[in-house]
Design a protein around this ligand. Structure first.
Ligand code: S3P
Length: 177
């Protein structure tokens, strides 16, 4: 089984995913890092030189490759990954999706000065708009974890609990068959 963490920029997908994988004894993979590794380029540079459309094509290709890797894998996606093309359908078929929710104002405080995230240069209003548009995609997740007022470790605990419950309910269902 693969678990994919989804949610807007700044919700903690990478730091939470890394710790969840450590605790579960699973592999961890960050999609943005994987894109940078395979292309040898920074995300920001891809956006600036080739535009967002090209970035999304690369992202889709790397996503497909990652979803074909070995199971027992926690994947942290980019904020836009599940909202592009039919990535959400691919993801729903191939991974358990957990949405890390936080309110926009909290997220904006965390990301507004981060120049490695090219979309922050759009400014608060446009990014807030993006958050609103993306909501319905994120809400397709199997589970939502509300990260408001929680530390990274608090969110990690909650994600692990979701995972354990899911695995044990699956086991019980299989035994009943
Ligand atoms: C993006 C989010 C980024 C990265 C790229 C585009 C987005 O990932 O994939 O800058 O569209 O929201 P994080 O969510 O890890 O910042």
């Amino acid at each position: 089984m693969k678990v994919a963490l989804i949610g807007f920029m700044g919700c903690g997908k990478s730091s939470v995913g890394r710790r969840v994988a450590e605790e579960a004894g699973w592999e961890f993979l960050d999609l943005d890092e994987e894109i940078e590794k395979t292309t040898g380029r920074k995300i920001r540079e891809i956006f600036e030189t080739d535009g967002e459309g090209e970035f999304r094509k690369i992202e889709r290709k790397v996503l497909k490759d990652v979803l074909n890797r070995k199971d027992n894998l926690v994947i942290s996606l980019g904020g836009g990954t599940p909202t592009w093309g039919d990535n959400i359908n691919l993801l729903k078929k191939r991974a358990l999706l957990i949405y890390l929710y936080a309110p926009f104002d909290v997220l904006w405080e965390r990301i507004k000065d981060d120049t490695s995230r090219p979309l922050t240069s759009l400014g608060e209003n446009k990014v807030r708009n993006l958050f609103e548009v993306r909501k319905s995609f994120y809400e397709e997740a199997d589970f939502v974890v509300d990260t408001s007022d929680k530390s990274v470790e608090g969110v990690v605990k909650e994600v692990l609990a979701v995972l354990e419950n899911f695995i044990s309910s699956k086991r019980n269902n299989n035994e009943g068959e």
